[in-house]
Design a protein around this ligand. Structure first.
Ligand code: MRU
Length: 360
């Protein structure tokens, strides 16, 4: 996507080097800062400290982290050590494990001397495929948005967290249908949940939509149900960090409540995902590990008073402790459909298998 007129992906190989560039997403929307990943540890920290985040981008960064690790040590032991380091960087997004397994399978079949080049090739492939997959799911999702066009008004879409191009290598998952619908001339308006505690909606989704010139309003996380009751939402589209084989989806905390409200108001609730987000080993979303993050994210808010430097402001009494589950599970029965690169399906094992029969 364009940033100040220049095309960017969220991760890229720096020209004539073995290093990778990323956008430090903890600084957005106040500063656009790119940084360089030079080592495995840089990649692990970028994931765990959420300089990069979003399931597909976590997967892509994992693949790049393996490349950087092999520069130092391309032996079997070096590869296994790198996989172990990356595996625990964040627990919920299955793309991390998916990328590790894919890299490991390719690399272990080669002698150590051939691994570095092969790793860079495979990581580039993962990144390019992610872009193509998200663009394809965007096309399928745009068709759904088109069905909600009514008269002269905008189609009103509610989204939660950031599942835009910043959460993937490009295009996004939940936002890809919105970008594609916009390309097709569909009049759109997006309700953007701020997404406490880290405010990915306010910081990232609003920034993306603003840059793309797509009409939107930022809303507090609790406003969605009210707007649905008022007839101001036509459909919801969110992303997912892990989709169980039965169609349950695990996404940013608060997604479940939006799905409940959409169900109560008979509104469509769609989830957009690349195939890499499906965990075929899990029969139920209840088995998905839910990341518990530090309490400081809840007890403070991050922002700026100067337009530049980002500060944290405490919002709770000094003695208050906080809990911070970062994801929740929305049961398949609350999901109208899954938007994938292969088309739209019912949120169920049968629905997923109709698009991914190779997993049957
Ligand atoms: O904690 P984050 O910011 O990594 O959470 C991201 C989300 O929950 C996204 O909605 C999800 O990864 C789907 S992304 C394309």
């Amino acid at each position: 996507m364009l940033v100040n007129g220049k095309p960017y992906r969220s991760i890229w190989r720096e020209e004539n080097t073995h290093y990778f560039g990323i956008i430090d997403q903890t600084k957005l929307p106040h500063q656009f800062v790119t940084i360089r990943l030079e080592t495995l540890q840089n990649a692990v920290t970028a994931i765990s400290d959420m300089l990069v985040r979003g399931a597909p981008l976590i997967g892509a960064t994992t693949a790049c982290g393996i490349c950087l690790a092999l520069l130092e040590d391309s032996s079997d032991a070096g590869l296994e050590r790198a996989c172990a380091c990356l595996l625990n960087a964040r627990p919920t997004a299955v793309n991390l494990r998916w990328a590790l397994e894919r890299m490991r399978t390719v690399l272990l079949s080669l002698i150590p001397e051939e691994r570095v080049e092969a790793a860079y090739r495979e990581a580039a492939k993962i990144c390019d495929e992610d872009v193509a997959i998200n663009e394809a799911l965007g096309q399928h999702g745009a068709g759904l948005i088109r069905q909600h066009q009514h008269g002269k008004g905008s189609v009103n879409i509610l989204t939660h967290c950031n599942a835009g191009w910043l959460a993937t290598v490009d295009w996004g998952t939940a936002l890809a249908p919105i970008y594609k619908a916009r390309e097709q001339g569909i009049d759109l308006h997006v309700w953007v949940d701020e997404t406490r505690p880290r405010n990915q909606g306010a910081h990232l989704t609003a920034w993306e939509l603003e840059a793309a010139g797509i009409a939107h309003h930022l809303i507090v996380d609790n406003a969605g149900g009210h707007l649905m009751q008022q007839g101001k939402v036509d459909l919801c589209i969110v992303g997912t960090d892990r989709t169980a084989a039965n169609g349950d989806v695990c996404n940013k905390i608060g997604t479940y409540l939006k799905a409940l409200a959409a169900h109560d108001n008979s509104l469509p609730f769609y989830v957009a995902l690349p195939g890499s987000t499906i965990d075929w080993t899990l029969d139920s979303g209840a088995l998905i590990p839910i990341e518990e993050r530090g309490e400081e994210e809840v007890l403070n808010v991050a922002g700026t008073t100067t337009g530049e430097n980002i500060t944290r402001v405490r919002i709770a009494p000094a003695g208050t402790v906080a809990a911070n589950p970062a994801f929740d599970v929305t049961p398949a029965r609350l999901v109208t459909g899954l938007i994938t690169e292969r088309g739209v399906c019912e949120a169920s094992r049968a629905g997923l298998l109709s698009l991914y029969p190779e997993h049957g």
